[in-house]
Design a protein around this ligand. Structure first.
Ligand code: ADP
Ligand code: NI
Length: 223
């Protein structure tokens, strides 16, 4: 039997509690608050784009439940972990499959790597996730991640690289946090799936460009 809307809302809340408990206190940019923001943004985008709210919200909540970068490139870890949670609270097989499909394809894997998303629900979750990587919060996350990976903030001699494979992209040791802007953040605006997401991305992109202009000025002692 299909759950009613109010049962679905209850399940969403329940999953939010589970994910919150699991992700709290994570320091590399994948903490609960990242998931929370993606969830809120996914709800906003869905309000405009009108997909299935249940799949969108559960997909957003579970999209980083086990990140592939921290599971030696294993992109089945996330869907597996999500399945376990969804089975336990008796979400149907059909819905679970849709959510796992979204989780498999959400993550950015390098400038030259295509991550296709077939469903509108998936496009919304991916846009929400990407919007959290750009703008003011995105900048904070890049430096937080950089610190976590012991990367320098910036080194003029260390040039950005456009990674052709996910494997190359995963090797984060040698780059700088500023390079990450060129390797990912500034590329996201043109990879948005939805009209609403694109509009928000354009604004956040402008803000990052202004930020970088000031950053280079300050680096050279210019006021
Ligand atoms: P998402 O949750 O959007 O899929 P990622 O898992 O790719 O993001 O990374 C988590 C956060 O850390 C993002 O904001 C991302 O831009 C940032 N990040 C990822 N790799 C690097 C890196 N090599 N240097 C700096 N920041 C990074
Ligand atoms: Ni994410």
């Amino acid at each position: 039997m299909n759950p009613t809307i109010s049962q679905k809302r209850k399940i969403v809340k329940q999953v939010a509690q589970i994910v919150k408990a699991k992700q709290s206190g994570e320091g590399s940019g994948h903490d609960w608050w990242h998931t929370y923001r993606v969830w809120q943004m996914a709800k906003y985008l869905n309000g405009k784009e009108k997909a299935d709210f249940f799949v969108v919200e559960l997909g957003a909540l579970l999209h980083d439940i086990a990140d592939w970068k921290f599971h030696s490139g294993d992109d089945t870890a996330g869907p597996k972990a999500a399945k376990k949670i969804l089975n336990k609270i008796k979400v149907s097989k059909e819905t679970t499959e849709k959510i796992c499909e979204i989780i498999t394809h959400t993550s950015y894997k390098g400038a030259g790597v295509k991550t296709a998303m077939d469903t509108l629900e998936g496009k919304i979750v991916q846009d929400a996730d990407r919007l959290d990587a750009i703008g003011a919060v995105g900048i904070a996350r890049a430096f937080a991640f950089g610190g976590h990976a012991k990367r320098a903030i910036y080194d003029p001699a260390n040039k950005p690289r456009l990674h052709k494979t996910a494997k190359q992209y995963k090797k984060t040791q040698s780059g700088t946090s500023i390079n990450h802007f060129y390797e990912k953040l500034l590329l996201l605006k043109d990879r948005m799936n939805t009209k609403t997401g694109k509009k928000i991305a354009v604004e956040r992109h402008k803000f990052m460009e202004q930020y970088l202009t000031r950053f280079y000025q300050e680096w050279e002692g210019k006021i």
